[in-house]
Design a protein. Structure first.
Length: 716
């Protein structure tokens, strides 16, 4: 709903409509104000300063500037009389207010002589520069000092004498840097801006600031919208996005909003953090903060310029204060909502709403104290624990040492035995006295030089393993000794674990002998199976020489090729030297040539393109795979051979992690593969179907680019 209100300045006769002043009763108020104004001037002493604000007192930025000016002037020049007026251009268009406001000022201050004029923000400065001669005919070049001006260059100050002030240099890049620092996964920044003069200036400043960020961030400008449209856009913002609020005090329909109203509405619907560049926008639940412009600092700088002017400095030499009056400012409530830790903030950051507890006011001291207390408590507990444990540590160690199933020796750097357990006495077949008497050299039958070399290796290789054959009273023994350096009562020592490996060695030797026997037997089996398959192939070949029907000869040839595939596998197994896997590329090449030689009677050149990338598969996978290829190659030779050209057959096997794909291609004509699979009398394709199922796979067919393509997927 469109709101309406009167401008803040109480000028009688102004209707608030675009028609401007009502002529009714104009004369009487003017006369009254002239008389009243003269009365005021007669009571005031010089210097008098007129301070014109662009906006009304509900605008926090305006009141912060006003507060900064008054605080600084009260300490520097308390004698100054400051007259303050509010242009109220946030609620009304400047062109509607300009003439009424001019008439109001002329009437009210007709009898007051001013030493200087202060103007905050653009609309007030434009008004003063446009009407300086009318407002101050007694001094047309009266000094004008300004603050809160974004685009100072647009005013052509060289053409306006005695004008100086404080530029409002917002730090958009600093705020974007803070957003990236606090949200490393940020990818989209939505910018909220209205169509007011300030909004248009802020938008231009934003566009000038973003080129360095365009490779890291995406930007969308939410402008020329009603409040409802803006809230819909804010509500739909994606994850990893944030809002940058520049200004939104008047929407497209002309409805006015205070910063508190607009930011509160945005915070109600937004799930994303809101950042800004001004301290007076630090309102609303979701507003985190930013590198903000401080209104009070603008006011203080303006008062400092005024003080220099009052102290006699030439107004032409005051110039423009260009440095950004910004500082990192954040709201604690919003930081908590979005889980942003205080440790991520810049060291000079100010946090509004920070709880009074030491944890938040002095986090470094708080956490240092907590850490120090925790360390002291831990040390105290550790000392107490060690004190209690120290008295039983050695007893517990000796008990565990004696309970070890393996022999354990603790010896010094000279090979003297310090401690040993009962298992060591059993393994070495010596008494406690003998072990300590003979030391490491006597136990392991080592010379002193060999012991020195062993200890030297121990220093170079902390975890050292050695094996020794020992002569015991109950026969020879084979032991494994694992040793590592330790400290015993503060002196270097070596702990050795001795394991009796005699039975293991015997078992290992028996297993090796058994494996060798099985390998010989397995090779013999493969050899005999291969020979039997060869005999069967020869018998079939003899059978083919008889006067048999052509169809019978073909069936015998197919059977012969299947036997060839099996024979090739057993030949590879026979040569595999105990390996449990078969080189697929060698196997495919072997069976392909054997199948072709058994089926082709006349000259039929075949060009093989076989690729298996050096893969190896187990025999129980290779057997059905070879039989499938036998059927496919047989089918290709029977139906796919082109006239007058070589038959090109491609076989490609690929795969990983036990999942494989075989692609078989020939140049034959297309056919109904599914119908052949369903027909009972199609033995070849029935075999293919069953063998694919045996491989826990599936075979499909397609005809493309004049080729038959069979694709077999299976697991191994």
């Amino acid at each position: 709903m469109r709101r309406s209100r009167l401008p803040f300045f109480p000028f009688p006769g102004y209707s608030g409509n675009k028609g401007g002043l009502s002529m009714r009763f104009r004369t009487l108020p003017l006369v009254f104000l002239v008389v009243f104004g003269v009365g005021i001037s007669s009571l005031q002493a010089e210097p008098n300063i007129l301070f014109i604000h662009s906006y009304d007192p509900s605008y926090q930025w305006t009141m912060d500037i006003d507060r900064g000016v008054r605080e600084e002037l009260s300490s520097r020049h308390p004698e100054v009389t400051l007259y303050t007026e509010f242009y109220d251009t946030k609620h009304f268009a400047p062109e509607d207010l300009e003439q009424p406001f001019l008439s109001y000022l002329l009437s009210k201050y007709a009898g007051v002589r001013f030493s200087a004029v202060l103007a905050s923000d653009d609309n007030a400065l434009r008004f003063v520069l446009s009407h300086r001669a009318e407002l101050f005919p007694y001094r047309p070049d009266i000094p004008v000092l300004f603050c809160g001006i974004n685009d100072v260059e647009s005013y052509d100050l060289a053409s306006h004498p005695n004008v100086a002030g404080v530029a409002e240099r917002i730090d958009i890049r600093g705020t974007l840097d803070l957003m990236l620092r606090l949200h490393p996964d940020l990818s989209l920044v939505a910018v909220v801006v209205d169509g007011t003069i300030t909004g248009r200036i802020n938008k231009e400043l934003f566009l000038q600031a973003i080129p360095p960020y365009e490779n890291r961030l995406s930007f969308v400008i939410l402008e020329n919208r009603t409040m409802e449209e803006l809230l819909d856009d804010v509500r739909d913002l994606p994850e990893h996005s944030a809002l940058l609020y520049l200004t939104f005090v008047r929407d497209r329909e002309g409805t006015h909003f205070t910063p508190l109203q607009s930011l509160s509405l945005i915070s109600d619907v937004s799930s994303r953090p809101v950042y800004t560049c001004w301290d007076f926008f630090m309102v609303g639940e979701k507003v985190v903060g930013g590198m903000v412009q401080r209104g009070a600092l603008q006011g203080r700088e303006l008062a400092i310029l005024l003080s220099r002017l009052l102290e006699g400095e030439d107004p032409a030499s005051l110039g423009v204060v260009e440095r950004p009056l910004v500082a990192p400012l954040f709201r604690f409530e919003a930081l908590q909502i979005f889980g942003i830790p205080l440790a991520l903030l810049p060291q000079d950051a100010e946090v509004e709403g920070l709880p009074e507890s030491v944890q938040y006011r002095f986090p470094g001291f708080f956490w240092s104290a907590i850490l120090l207390g925790a360390i002291l408590l831990s040390l105290l507990g550790l000392i107490l624990f060690l004190f209690i444990r120290q008295r039983r540590t050695e007893r517990l160690f000796r008990s565990l040492f004696q309970c070890l199933p393996d022999g354990a020796l603790l010896y010094d750097t000279h090979g003297n035995i310090l401690i040993h357990n009962r298992a060591a006495e059993r393994i070495f077949g010596r008494s406690e006295l003998d072990i300590k008497k003979h030391g490491l050299p006597g136990l392991l039958a080592l010379s002193r030089s060999e012991v020195a070399a062993l200890l030297s290796r121990q220093r170079e290789e902390p975890l050292h393993t050695m094996q020794r054959d020992l002569a015991g009273e109950d026969g020879p023994k084979f032991v494994e000794i694992v040793s590592l350096p330790v400290s015993f009562h503060g002196t270097p020592a070596v702990l050795a674990i001795v394991r009796d490996m005699t039975d293991w060695q015997k078992t290992h030797q028996e297993l090796e002998r058994s494996i060798r026997e099985k390998e010989i037997l397995l090779k013999e089996v493969h050899h005999r199976v291969k020979n039997n398959l060869q005999i069967m192939r020869s018998l079939i070949q003899l059978q083919k020489t008889k006067d048999l029907p052509l169809e019978a000869v073909r069936e015998l040839s197919q059977t012969q090729s299947r036997l060839s595939a099996l024979a090739a596998l057993h030949e590879l197994l026979h040569r595999a030297d105990g390996s449990e896997r078969i080189r697929v590329d060698i196997y495919l090449s072997t069976i392909a040539s054997q199948i072709a030689s058994s089926l082709i009677e006349g000259p039929l050149p075949i060009e093989w393109k076989i690729s298996a990338a050096g893969m190896e598969l187990p025999p129980d996978t290779v057997i059905p795979l070879g039989l499938i290829l036998n059927e496919l190659i047989t089918n290709s030779i029977k139906y796919a051979a082109p006239a007058g050209a070589p038959l090109v057959i491609e076989i490609l096997l690929s795969g990983e992690e036990r999942s494989y794909t075989l692609v078989y291609t020939d140049p034959g004509p297309s056919f109904d593969f599914e119908r052949l699979l369903a027909e009972k009398n199609s033995l070849g394709f029935q075999l293919v179907k069953e063998l694919a199922r045996q491989l826990r796979g599936d075979i499909t067919y397609r005809h493309e680019d004049g080729k038959n393509v069979f694709t077999l997927t299976f697991r191994a």
